[in-house]
Design a binder for this molecule. Structure first.
Ligand code: C2E
Ligand code: MG
Ligand code: MG
Ligand code: MG
Length: 300
């Protein structure tokens, strides 16, 4: 259906975007009370060391089980939560649940030694960075659960920190000084000045999935290979670890390992899955080489 908007101009009604706008409106209305109704849940995806295949931790990824629309991915509701301010209590809830889960896994596996350097990664929205309670909430959650700060890694996107002034970096610095790891998420998609990295209290670069995707093509784009190689060597010279996201095949894992990346995350190892305190540490702790075997049955 095209309606004439006068003259030679035509405006096309887009039923799909109308439907999306209606859904978005409905979601925005339902969002403020969804936390109280217990409609959010967290899925975890393991982080695997590329050198020896051991599981080093897991990233917490929030989902919304909406009574009408089913399971919604964070891309659908995190922007709305940021807009409405729900992101602060929601983010705190995700942090608390994730640290509790890490504690439960640790207990089920006979303490910190048995699990090794297990870490839980939690995403932070820029709105949480500017919220004054961030450091105190984090300290309180760690103390209450008896988890050490170095069991936690907070992920902040590169774009959230572009042009960040000292006020924005202050809470991150405090957390880093306590021993919490800070990861720069989706690295390589923003346009941050690489020299700027020195200023940021980060200890991990998470290379964006777009780089991993270009390793899928064979032969991989030589320019992309050079870029990843350059990022890895810069990161290592600044004492930063490099994690890659979106690894879907053994060939990608091998390529990224050869390029010097440290840890990987992706469907090749395991899809994000719901875990509860009653389940044991859900992933095999060792996979000798990325080429050996397919993901374990039962690990979705
Ligand atoms: P992210 O932090 O970059 O998370 C990685 C995304 O890649 C996740 O999408 C994950 O499910 C997906 N992924 C993992 N492995 C693969 C793979 O092999 N192939 C492909 N194609 N995708 C893979 P998800 O779960 O939809 O999350 C999207 C984004 O939402 C996250 O991107 C993160 O920025 C945000 N997010 C998730 N949970 C939270 C949260 O608790 N708080 C905040 N503020 N943001 C969150
Ligand atoms: Mg992340
Ligand atoms: Mg990411
Ligand atoms: Mg990403």
């Amino acid at each position: 259906r095209a309606k004439s908007a006068g003259g030679n101009r035509f405006e096309l009604a887009d039923p799909e975007s109308d439907a999306r706008a209606i859904t978005r409106h409905g979601l925005t209305t339902a969002l403020p009370t969804a936390l109280d109704r217990g409609e959010f849940f967290i899925e975890y995806q393991p982080l695997v060391h590329l050198g020896d295949g051991s599981v080093r931790g897991a990233e917490a990824l929030v989902r919304w089980l909406h009574p009408q629309h089913g399971v919604l991915s964070p891309d659908r509701f995190i922007p709305l939560a940021e807009h409405t301010g729900l992101i602060v209590p929601l983010g705190r809830w995700v942090l608390e649940q994730s640290v509790l889960q890490a504690r439960a896994w640790r207990d089920l596996h006979g303490g910190a030694e048995a699990l090794g350097p297990l870490r839980i990664n939690v995403n932070l929205s820029p709105c949480q960075l500017t919220h004054p309670g961030l450091v105190q909430d984090t300290v309180e959650i760690l103390e209450r659960t008896g988890m050490s700060p170095d069991a936690l890694c907070l992920e902040v996107t590169e774009s959230a920190l572009i042009g960040a002034d000292d006020d924005l970096l202050k809470p991150l610095r405090r957390l880093a000084e306590m021993g919490v790891d800070i990861a720069l998420d989706d690295f390589g998609t923003g346009y941050s000045n690489l020299a700027n990295l020195r200023r940021l209290p980060v200890s991990v670069l998470k290379l964006d999935r777009s780089f991993t995707q270009s390793m899928q093509r064979f032969p991989a784009d030589p320019v992309d290979l050079k870029i990843v190689e350059g990022i890895v060597s810069l990161a290592h010279s600044l004492d930063l670890a490099v994690t890659v996201e979106g690894v879907e095949t053994g060939a990608q894992a091998e390529q990224l390992r050869v390029l010097g990346c440290d840890t990987a995350q992706g469907w090749y190892y395991a899809r994000p899955g719901p875990r509860t305190a009653s389940t044991t540490w859900p992933w095999s702790t060792r996979r000798a080489s990325p080429f050996q075997g397919r993901p374990r049955p039962g690990v979705r």
